[in-house]
Write a protein that binds this ligand. Sequence first.
Ligand code: GLY
Length: 398
Amino acid sequence: MNKLFRAAIWLTGLLLLSCNSTPQEEPLADVIERGLKVSTEQALLMAKELEHQEGRLPKSVKEGKLETSDCYWWCSGFFPGELWYLYENQPTPELKRYAELFTERLEDVQHVTNNHDVGFMLYCSYGNGYRLTKNPAYVDIMLTGASSLCTRYRPAVDAIRSWDFNKAKWQYPVIIDNMMNLELLMWAAKTSGEKRFENIALSHANKTLANHFRSDYSCYHVVSYDTITGKPHVKMTHQGYADESAWARGQAWAIYGYTMMARETGKPEYLAQAKNIARYLMNHPNMPVDKMPYWDFDTPDIPNTPRDASAAAIMASALIELSQLDKSEEAKSYLEYAEQQIRSLSSPEYLAEVGTNNLFVLKHSTGYLPKNSEVDVPLSYADYYYVEALMRLKKLNR
Ligand code: GLY
């Protein structure tokens, strides 16, 4: 009887304990290490897969198979850049060899003048490589690339032209994504001492600030300018749901672009813009609880429509940097929000198991839904900005 009574008490205690205990959240430092470990293993497998496919770089997945590109696709710099971040985290000769091999596949991009993506391509690849190795050969390539990008600037518009297609519709199209190319110009100004690079970057950032944003701080995807008056003649979307909608990745480029320009210039107006975009995104009623945006904030198909992990990764990386630049009370909330996004991206829903996902790190990104292109697939830039965000968090000792 006594024995039975004691067993009953013990069992009741156990039951109460299990009812009260909430599952322990994985420490953020462990999330970061786990994310970097998976990313490193996947990136090395991807590097081995493509090592002997001359000139090829990972792009996405099409019909279940790895899709690659040559160096002229706008995403060519992301995989080399990811390898550089992973090398920074774990400086092994193998990671360095692969980072150099894939970076140097982009050498000819320095001469590209027919689109604005030169900044993305060269700064993610050669830029990270130069930051970590100070290889002098990389300087000339990046400076030539910066000059190529500047050929797309016209004083009458005071901005860099993004695209050359669709000339019947757009006189001088500038897309919000173009803010990302300014980092190469800011680097070129500091490195060469040539002020023109910085002047063009500032003109472009100011023109975009004046014309791309709505009163709620969401932004248009495309603003096309009249080449004579320099005024916008059309504001619309290309990859989003509608002209007046908020295409998720466009909003992510916007917050990243103005945060980066605030860091590079110290200008309060860029910091204020980044904070306004952050408030818009963080308080958006259509942002899901896991903070992984749908591909467009205004599509009527929500919640039955794909997410865009790339937008989440870009936004998280930007918010981490913003939390360090902003000296107000709000800074903490940016970091907390980014940490939640990193936890979601590092969950089994988004983070691939090693050896799966065609060797990409993240699942569930969306490239261009209205064209039914790259819908709910891995994308090389989602992986790049995820790894960048992990490294930014790690450096903060989170
Ligand atoms: N820069 C093109 C895109 O974000 O899809």
